[in-house]
Design a protein around this ligand. Sequence first.
Ligand SMILES: [Zn+2]
Length: 416
Amino acid sequence: MTFTLIFIAALLLSVGMRHWLAMRQIRHVALHRASVPNEFASRVSLADHQKAADYTIAKLRLGLLENAFGAFVLIGFTLLGGLEWLNQTLLSLVGPGITQQILLLVSLAFISGILDLPFTWKKQFGIEAAFGFNRMTPRLFWLDTFKGIALAAALGLPLLWLVLELMATSGTYWWLWTWVVWTLFNALLLWLFPTVIAPLFNKFKALEDGPLKTQIEQLLKRCDFASQGLFVMDGSKRSAHGNAYFTGIGKAKRIVFFDTLIEKLEPLEVEAVLAHELGHFKRQHIRKRLLVSFALSFVMLAILGWISSQPWFYFGLGVTPDLNGYNGGLALALFMLVAPVFGFFFTPLGSLASRKHEYEADHFAAQKSSASALISALVKLYQDNASTLTPDPIYTAFYSSHPPAPLRIAHLQRFA
Ligand SMILES: [Zn+2]
């Protein structure tokens, strides 16, 4: 089977590349562990620098394990017959039809979730805890997990049912209708997220009156940005890492600060961080990302529309389709398992675009706020998040959504 060989080749290549990139990063960070890079020497202590190196390496080591394990699981589901067994078992239990297809996808998601759990647990209560970042209790962990499952069921099951119904009844162009549904569903999520979804997991309070609020309001006026309010979120409930973001569409835009960010940064630094985020909006990055994601889902669904009617797609990946019957759920399951293997090779394109946007947003922040305040905020955040200041260039080029610290600071210094 040609497709089986193509799949195995792509899987080996992607797993090998992930491993190679992670090893490069580990070696590079370890090599520069002994001393703080010159440009940061006055701001970052050796102890913090070494903590960042150890933290980065600990996460990468777990990633190596996860990478290898993930490949075995994928082979297990496909070529070794895991999905085939699941499909046949459910067929004999409930018979063919939409219910069976929904059960197939739900059990696949459930099994994947369970296999993933030890890694998620180890990240939170092993690594994050060892480096002093975890603020989550096991109770909260399970509460989050069950809320997540309930939310996925409430939103995902009706969507899944609708998509499977379209696949079964709307002919060759089902994928086009599915794309319309998917796009509307995502717009709905954007609209629901700030007011309905996020409050399920965190508390949001209006930012209190005071010097910070005054300063932020002036910045918003300078940037001509209308928002539906400034909020502080209890991010400290789960993690010591700080952040700021804004969410929502149209007039419902909200600005959200993690409480951890406001604790750590001076008002001028918070302003500079927010100015950077506003830069993403004003330079149309958010709109572009949204359009790209709609275009990508169009292409993916067109591919799925084609291969789901090709017998080699199923047989090549170790499953037996019912050629005269209903394969919608089986096609979706296989596609979700296998598409990331091929998608991996496009990662650098997304990373490159993202790094370009980061530079543009930094430039915007330098114009509307202060480059030197953003520099000092970033250095504090690098320290607090134990981000490495010495990443491997090839690893960065492949994965990093943000420019490496030294280049980013050097770029900002041109405007300071
Ligand atoms: Zn950014």
